[in-house]
Structure formats: C-alpha cells, structure tokens
Design a protein around this ligand. Structure first.
Ligand code: HEM
Length: 301
C-alpha cells in the first residue's frame, strides 16, 4: 500500500472515530459549525460517501405495510411532523426532496437524543448539504446551492433509497396532493443534472490544466511550480505554470500547461506547433518568470 493511500485511510478512520464521538456526545452541533467552510463541506460529503456506502448497512427488521394497504402514502406536512419518533409518536420518518423514508432502523441517529434527530418528521433537505441544523436551515428550499451541494443531495437520496424503506411523498414543494411532481421537482432534476455536467467539465479542465503547487514566503513572495503529480493529477508530463482565467471567476488560478506536442483539444493535428496548450486564449504568463521553466517566483501586486 503506498503512503498516500495509507494516509487517506488513516485520515478517514481518524475522522470517523471523531465523528462517532461527536454524534454520541454533541449531536449535530459541531457538524453544523465545521460545515460553514465550502472545502469542509466537500470533504464531509466525501467522508460520508466512504462511510455510508448505500446498501452496506446491517439490515434490521423493517415495518411492512399490512396486506391490502397502499405501498405509497401521501403525507401532509402536519402528518409527517407526527412521525418524529418521540415518545408516543410514530416513526421516525424523514423526507428528502419530498420523498419520505422510514428511518426507524437508524433510530440511534434519528430517534430522541440521536445526533440527527432534527431531520425526523420533516423535509430538511437543504441542511443535508449546508450543515445548518437550525430551524431556519432545516428547510426544503434547495435553490441557489453549489454544484457539489446538488451532487451531495443526489448522493443522500441514493443512500436513503437503498438503505431505508421508502414510504411515500410529502405534499409541498416537490409533489402535489396527488403525489405528482411539481414544476419545482423538474427544476431540481435540472439542477442536479447540470451539477454532474459541471463536475465532468471541471474534471476535464483539471486534467488539461492541472493546478500548480504553491507556497508563499514574506521575503520572496509566491512560488508556483509544476510536477508530474501537482494538483493531484498524475501524468507523464510536468508543464509550465501559467495564469488561467476562467469565465465566472474573478481571479485567475495557476495551471500547469503542457508545453510540447499537439494541443489537447486536437491531439491528431498535423502539422502542429509543438507547444501543447500554450496557445490557449485564457492563459497568461507570470510577469518576470522564465517561460519554459516549471518553477516561477513572483511578488503579488
Ligand atoms: C452536513 C453535515 C452533516 C450531515 C447532514 C450529516 C448527516 C449524517 C447522517 C444523516 C448520518 C446517519 C446516516 C445513517 O442513517 O446511517 C450520519 C452519520 C455519520 N456522520 Fe454525519 N453528517 C454531517 C457532518 C458530519 C461530520 C462533520 C462528521 C465528522 C466529523 C460526520 C461523521 C459521521 C459519521 C462517522 C457517521 C456514521 C456514524 C456511525 O455509523 O455510527 N458527519 N451523518
């Protein structure tokens, strides 16, 4: 096992232990604090993907509907609220994107005193990705989130679909009284598929223009440099650092650019200038740096 994988596993185990401890002693609250950072949000989603692989949870006894009872139930918000798993109440059930799941087998999380009890008896979809577990945060309005949040919501849906029993729909944002999808439901489908497209494009861009390594020191300023692994993109070329301006981003980022062979978008072009992607229009050289060197040090204005 190489060092990187060992480190990754050790980190995942460490975070898992901390996470379990958090859920035991400090339900939800720390999660909501750390989730304020966008980077942490992505890391937490990755962690949950490792921990909560759909279908791997131990199967426990599920409540089966009695014979003759309709498989799918349509809940009003008030009806669903009664399924919060509290003493004398039914459940716990929770809703995600309008779909209701019986989460009784996970009552250590969703039952009274559980680290995620606030999800029970309602649709708190937005909080699944924002980590805002306040009353204002536990809402079903999921507009204006980031691409990775929409992918996160889709992953949570896959998780509940496979690990818990689907029981029905809640009337409101996503479904009407007949359980039919609303126009908001179709918006959500669009946002999710757009998010996957964005992610695919980002991955393509990262492969073509891997991020540089960088460090900063007060006397010398910023140093950026490329290696065959910089930006976490393993490759058989090093590249040279350039500023990459992306539409929608106010600041450029440092990209390692392939400086030989044909351009990546036209790999079979013949003849070619043998300068790789250096002619890409969104690139700019760092002032004062030697253009064909993999390392560059400069002072920011
Ligand atoms: C947006 C923030 C978060 C949300 C919405 C969230 C949600 C959840 C949910 C719903 C479960 C139960 C899954 C099930 O039914 O099996 C869970 C489990 C877990 N979460 Fe979180 N969580 C968040 C943040 C965190 C953070 C920050 C950590 C770690 C520092 C963490 C670590 C864990 C661990 C280790 C488990 C599994 C515990 C076990 O299997 O006993 N979570 N999380």
């Amino acid at each position: 096992m190489n060092g990187f994988i060992k480190l990754l596993l050790a980190t995942a185990v460490g975070v898992a232990v901390v996470g379990v401890a958090i859920h035991e002693v400090w339900p939800g609250s720390l999660a909501s604090v750390v989730m304020k950072s966008e980077g942490v949000r992505a890391a937490v989603m990755a962690l949950h993907n490792l921990l909560l692989v759909p279908g791997t949870q131990q199967e426990q006894e599920q409540e089966q509907p009695p014979p003759g009872v309709k498989k799918e139930r349509i809940f009003t918000v008030e009806e669903l609220a009664r399924y919060d798993g509290r003493e004398g109440n039914k459940g716990p059930y929770l809703a995600l994107l309008g779909r209701v799941y019986n989460v009784k087998k996970g009552k250590k999380f969703y039952g009274t005193g559980g680290g995620y009890e606030f999800f029970s008896g309602r649709d708190g979809s937005r909080a699944f990705v924002t980590g805002d577990f306040t009353e204002e945060g536990l809402i079903d309005d999921i507009s204006g989130l980031t691409s990775s949040d929409y992918i996160g919501l889709d992953e949570w849906t896959k998780f509940y679909e496979s690990d818990y029993k689907y029981v029905g729909k809640v009337i409101g944002r996503f479904y009407n009284e007949k359980g039919e999808p609303t126009s908001y439901y179709y918006d959500v489908q669009r946002w999710i598929s757009q998010a996957y497209n964005d992610k695919e494009n980002e991955n393509k861009e990262k492969k073509m223009f891997p991020p540089c390594n960088s460090e900063w020191a007060p006397e010398s300023g910023t140093r950026v440099w490329c290696t065959t692994r910089s930006g976490g993109v393993g490759r058989d070329w090093v590249g040279v650092p350039r500023k990459l301006y992306n539409p929608g981003h106010s600041k450029p980022r440092c990209a390692c650019v392939k400086d030989f062979g044909p351009p990546s978008h036209d790999p079979t072009r013949m003849p070619h200038d043998d300068n790789g992607d250096l002619d890409h229009p969104n690139l700019e050289e760092y002032p004062g740096c030697i253009s064909d060197q993999p390392t560059c040090t400069f002072k920011e204005d």
